[in-house]
Design a protein around this ligand. Structure first.
Ligand code: PLP
Length: 802
């Protein structure tokens, strides 16, 4: 383990500064210098880890994902090398503010939200627990857009994260591979009488890997995140002169494949380039997987699954399945059943959603055009599967159209993934139950052993130890740092849930974090907030099912009550939002504008004496989450029950001592089972009730509108223009004409009641802090270390390298 004194660290920095032409002094320059100091340690340990993994002949997991939202790495890597304090002291001594050095890093937006962040937490846990695990993803030239709010509206700007050198990546030209698209595939009988496949007219693309080290926690174990970048196969100077401009055009098109991340986190319908991206990722990754296997084990792929397991994160990488069939049959001369035997023991699939609009399908013509040979294989899989159902499950014959991989001229990716994978998992108990008993019920009856639950988790290292050092220090001082290696030991805190002195300290830590956030809010928005007020926080992608609108309705209602009666005894509140909306999601963008409109009115109304403030922080990303979460009193997890598969923001805030107001949805349900309903604020319809309303069709939003004065008041304001400013007719009509599909009006009453209970509970600070401590104490279950250990033993069958 690297160990440096402060003086040695200073010397190293000074040494590098002296090598520069001018004595490097900007924060950016210091940032690069500290990265390079750390990279010296990393490169040695990285090599050693790869030697160790190779010589152990250990089985490896490849985690394929279209998104890895890794966050900034300098501070995290320093922490993992136990050099954070030393570095902080060295920087201070040299006259630099350490936080400014860390903030000089451009946080790469290579993911939309929860799914990508989950993949990053998983990598962190695999490395920290010494599991040989490789992340496979795309090195998007542009990450998720940067959000700026202009005049209350979201405006998108490019995330040009590679404009400056990204110091953590290593380009590996020697590992580049060539991928082929399109053209024609035709079958013929070869000289030995077997069916072979011939390709013609394909378009070739080079995939270049860039490796990023994933540093384990103080264990000198370093895994790899490999991100692929698309480049032309032919160099420009090899192109024929008369084709010069055609060639430039071709280069531009090729580079587009890894050009940008699609900014919609739940429905990317019919975008050819997206399908190309998916094939690019899986084809390149599979080439690497097979090369690794051949180098380390054997060139006989029949037993590939004994040394390799591939986890596909949602359906986006599902084309890996037919692609491996193709390679094994067309290049390795496997028969269908030999190839299938490898495939069906190799892949495991994680389902992330049950919302039908988010279940991926691709038009048949598009799959045929982009990956013609894969389409032939998918057709064959489909035929075999349908025949299997027909003969072996006659009770499901009438359901074949809902089970078939190809139906309605579309390829259904989730069905393909379920049929071919040896395990399918949901991401929280409730979600997995819904998959098994409702959405995937027939598949579950055909493959009962395939379905498992793996409740999501978060890295307690990043989200507590790094993001909230004062709380982490406080916890260690009470129960020793044992929780850092064994997060479940946090439950030792339960013994102190009535310790007045400790609870006061806990409150003081929260207050200091709130003061930090208050300063940040002022700097960013010019809004002054009361640090004694309840910090009530909803930060996540903007989606109707996440119901930011319900939160806003409560604010409008509360504001009206205080306005009517300025002496009303309510606890001061600061409502804080952060959220990006998909650029094409009109309603989501309207809701952002609504939040700003309400904020303008409320924040500037002197008559309410600052009792309510509304803040929207722009450009929600990992770095911003790290700033906000340690300051949360209240965590808003208010999705329509059954819609949020798990959530992970809920876990981050629980671990930082916020109390949750939430529906019994996703992992909230498991939080409630741990802490009990008295330590959360649960409200609203349950998942079963939501399903019942859908099935019976008996919900009438209009009825509530007619009978509930509060709702009528709020909706009419939206329609007529909030206090004569902007009008939000689209939101109004969406709620009433489509019968409020997310039950916002239905849950409003119980939400208001739960909010009222928060107001009352917060007044008794000892009681409040005691609940916070109980939540922290139970949050160990939600460490992604627990999740990864479960994947390793129950799905991957891999061992940790001791
Ligand atoms: C954790 C996280 C998410 C997921 O939040 P949910 O509340 O679970 O939707 C999304 N984006 C970022 C940047 C995160 O850190």
């Amino acid at each position: 383990m690297a160990s440096l004194t402060v003086q040695q660290f200073i010397n190293k920095i000074e040494e590098q500064r002296s090598l520069k032409e001018t004595n490097a002094a900007s924060y950016k320059e210091i940032y690069y210098i500290v990265c390079s100091i750390l990279n010296e340690f990393i490169s040695e340990d990285w090599k050693q880890t790869s030697d160790q993994v190779r010589s152990s002949m250990a089985k490896r997991v490849y985690y394929i994902s279209m998104e890895f939202l890794i966050g900034s790495l300098l501070k995290n890597n320093l922490l993992h090398y136990n050099l954070l304090t030393v570095c902080n002291d060295a920087l201070l001594e040299l006259g630099f503010d350490p936080e400014k050095v860390y903030e000089a890093e451009h946080d790469p937006g290579l993911g939309n939200g929860g799914l990508g962040r989950l993949a990053a937490c998983f990598l962190d846990s695999m490395a920290s627990l010494k599991y040989p695990g490789i992340g496979c993803g795309i090195r998007y030239r542009y990450g998720l857009f940067e959000q700026k709010i202009i005049n209350g509206y979201q405006t998108e700007f490019p995330d040009d994260w590679l404009k400056e050198i990204y110091p953590w990546e290593l380009r590996k030209d020697e590992d580049s591979v060539v991928i082929e698209y399109g053209g024609n595939a035709s079958l013929y009988n070869n000289e030995s009488g077997n069916l072979s496949c011939k390709y013609s007219g394909t378009e070739k693309v080079r995939a270049i890997p860039y490796d990023i080290p994933i540093v384990g926690f103080r264990n000198q174990f370093i895994n790899t995140l490999r991100l692929w970048s698309a480049e032309p196969v032919l160099e420009l100077n090899h192109a024929k002169k008369d084709n010069y401009y055609d060639h430039l055009e071709y280069e531009k098109q090729i580079e587009q494949i890894s050009g940008y991340l699609y900014p919609d986190d739940s429905s990317i319908a019919g975008k050819k380039l997206r399908l190309k991206q998916q094939y690019f990722l899986v084809a390149a990754s599979l080439r690497q997987i097979l090369n690794d296997y051949r180098e380390n084990h054997s060139s006989n792929y029949h037993l590939l699954y004994e040394k390799v397991v591939i986890q596909i994160n949602d359906t986006h990488p599902t084309l890996a399945i037919p692609e491996l069939m193709r390679i094994l049959m067309d290049e390795e001369q496997f028969s269908w059943s030999e190839a299938w035997n490898v495939v069906e023991n190799l892949f495991a699939y994680t389902n992330h959603t049950i919302m039908s609009e988010a279940l991926e399908t691709w038009p048949v013509w598009m799959v045929q055009e982009i990956v013609p040979r894969l389409y032939m294989i998918i057709e064959e899989m489909n035929e075999r599967f349908c025949l299997y159902i027909f003969y072996n499950h006659p009770e499901l014959r009438h359901k074949i159209p809902q089970l078939a991989i190809i139906a309605d001229d579309h390829v259904h990716m989730a069905r393909l993934a379920i049929v071919a994978s040896f395990r399918v998992n949901g991401v929280a108990k409730l979600h997995t139950e819904i998959l098994k008993t409702k959405e995937m019920r027939s598949f579950h009856s055909v493959f009962p052993g395939k379905f498992q639950n793996k409740t999501n988790g978060i890295s307690h290292r990043r989200w507590l130890l790094m993001a909230n050092p004062t709380l982490a220090e406080f916890i260690s001082s009470i129960i020793s740092p044992v929780w850092i290696d064994q997060p479940c030991e946090l439950n030792q805190l339960l013994r102190y849930s009535n310790d007045r002195e400790l609870l006061k300290e806990l409150a003081a830590i929260k207050l200091a974090n709130k003061q930090d956030l208050a300063r940040y809010i002022f700097k960013q928005t010019g809004i002054t907030v009361n640090d004694q007020s309840i910090f009530d926080i909803q930060i996540k992608r903007l989606h109707e099912y996440k119901r930011q609108l319900l939160n806003v309705f409560h604010i409008i209602y509360l504001y009206e009550r205080v306005k009517e009666n300025p002496n009303l005894n309510v606890m001061p509140r600061t409502f804080i939002f952060a959220a990006k909306a998909a650029p094409g999601y009109h309603l989501a963008k309207e809701i952002i504008k609504l939040i700003h409109t309400v904020a303008d009115i409320v924040n500037n109304d002197l008559s309410i004496q600052g009792k309510i403030k509304v803040v929207f922080l722009e450009n929600y990303n990992v770095s911003l989450a790290e700033k906000i979460i340690p300051a949360a009193d209240v965590s808003e997890q208010i999705s329509t029950a059954s819609k949020e598969a798990s959530g992970t923001g809920n876990m981050k805030m629980m671990m930082n001592g916020a109390l949750t107001i939430g529906t019994l949805d996703g992992a909230n349900l498991e939080m409630e089972q741990l802490v009990g309903k008295h330590n959360m604020f649960i409200f609203g319809l349950r998942s079963e009730e939501v399903y019942q309303h859908y099935n019976l069709g008996d919900y009438q939003a209009n009825e509530i509108f007619q009978t509930d004065q509060r709702i009528q008041f709020i909706l009419n304001q939206l329609h007529d223009g909030l206090y004569h400013t902007s009008s939000f007719k689209d939101i109004y009509f969406q709620l009433l004409q489509t019968n409020d599909p997310y039950f916002i009006l239905k849950d409003f009453d119980s939400y208001v009641e739960a909010q009222h209970l928060i107001d009352l509970t917060f007044r008794d600070q000892l009681k409040w802090q005691s609940k916070c401590l109980i939540n922290i104490a139970h949050s160990g279950k939600f460490s992604s270390d627990r999740t990864i250990n479960e994947y390793a033993s129950a799905i991957w069958n891999i061992n940790s390298l001791k």
